[in-house]
Design a protein. Structure first.
Ligand SMILES: Cc1cc2nc3c(=O)[nH]c(=O)nc-3n(C[C@H](O)[C@H](O)[C@H](O)COP(=O)(O)O)c2cc1C
Length: 231
C-alpha cells in the first residue's frame, strides 16, 4: 500500500516469462493501487455493463481496476448489533468479507447503481451500511480517496441524480472526494437511460457522454491526488 506522504506510483508488469514471486509482487501492487468499481445491480445488465465501460476507460488511462458486483453474492443488511464496534469486524461472515479488503486497498471508488424507486438500489445501500464494520476497524480507511458515481434508470429522468447524491453523501461522510462530470453535460456524474435493457443502455449516446466526462474528471483528480503524495 502507498505510504502516506510518499508520491504514489503504479508500475507496469514486465514482459516475457514471469516467475511466481514477480506475479505475487505485481498482484499485490495492482491491488494496492487499483480503482475499485462496485456494481449494485443483481443482474448482469445495464449497470454492470456501464461500470465495465468506466473501468475500461480508466485502464486505458493507466489506472488498474477491479470490479466487484453484488450479483449472485450474499450481502445481508446491517443489523446494528454493534458487534463491529467492539470487535473491529462484522459479525456476519458473508460476501462483504471479499469486498472489505478491496475497499481497504483501493485508491478510488466508482459506485454504480441501478435506480430503484427514485434512488439507489437496496443492494448498493446494504454495501454502504455494512461498511460500518470497516470504519469501526479503521475510521479513516477511505479518507482522501476519490469517488465517482454512475446511476442507471429505466426512465430518462427516473431518479438518477438523487441516486448519485446518495452515493456522494457516502463519499462525503467518509472523508472522500466526490467527483462529478461538470456542468454542460454530466453535472453530478454519469447518468444513463436503459429503457430496462442492455441494448437500451448501449444506445444511450448521451449517457455515454456523461460517463466520458465524469471519468475524465475523476482521472484528473486521481492524478492530482497522486501528485500530492496521496494527501
Ligand atoms: C424495484 C425496481 C424499481 C425501479 N425503479 C425505477 C425508478 O424509480 N426509476 C427508473 O428510472 N427506473 C427504475 N427501475 C428500472 C431500473 O432502474 C432499470 O431497469 C435499470 O436498467 C436496472 O439496472 P440493470 O439493468 O443493471 O439491472 C426500477 C427497477 C426495479 C427492479
Amino acid at each position: 500500500m502507498a505510504a502516506r506522504g510518499r508520491p504514489f506510483r503504479c508500475e507496469r508488469a514486465p514482459s516475457g516469462p514471469i516467475p511466481l514471486t514477480i506475479i505475487l509482487k505485481y498482484t499485490w501492487r495492482h491491488l494496492s493501487c487499483m480503482i475499485l468499481g462496485i456494481s449494485g445491480s443483481p443482474r448482469n445488465q445495464a449497470t454492470e455493463y456501464v461500470l465495465g465501460q468506466a473501468l475500461k476507460m480508466l485502464e486505458e488511462r493507466g489506472h488498474p481496476t477491479e470490479l466487484f458486483s453484488v450479483r449472485g453474492k450474499e450481502i445481508g443488511f446491517c443489523r446494528h448489533c454493534d458487534y463491529c464496534l467492539k470487535n473491529k469486524e462484522c459479525y456476519f461472515e458473508d460476501d462483504m468479507y471479499t469486498l472489505y479488503p478491496l475497499l481497504r486497498e483501493s485508491r478510488g471508488l466508482v459506485i454504480a447503481t441501478p435506480v430503484y424507486n427514485g434512488g439507489l438500489s437496496a443492494q448498493t445501500k446494504a454495501v454502504m451500511d455494512r461498511c460500518r464494520a470497516l470504519f469501526a476497524a479503521e475510521i479513516d480507511v477511505l479518507r482522501g480517496k476519490a469517488g465517482m458515481a454512475i446511476a442507471v434508470g429505466g426512465d430518462r429522468m427516473g431518479g438518477q441524480e438523487l441516486a448519485i447524491q446518495q452515493i456522494h453523501a457516502f463519499y462525503i461522510l467518509n472523508g472522500m472526494l466526490p467527483v462529478g462530470g461538470g456542468s454542460f453535460g454530466a453535472n453530478l456524474g454519469a447518468t444513463f437511460w436503459s429503457r430496462d435493457t442492455l441494448d437500451g443502455v448501449q444506445e444511450d449516446g448521451e449517457g455515454a457522454r456523461t460517463l466520458r466526462k465524469t471519468v475524465r474528471r475523476f482521472a484528473e483528480v486521481l492524478e492530482r491526488v497522486e501528485g500530492d503524495g496521496g494527501r
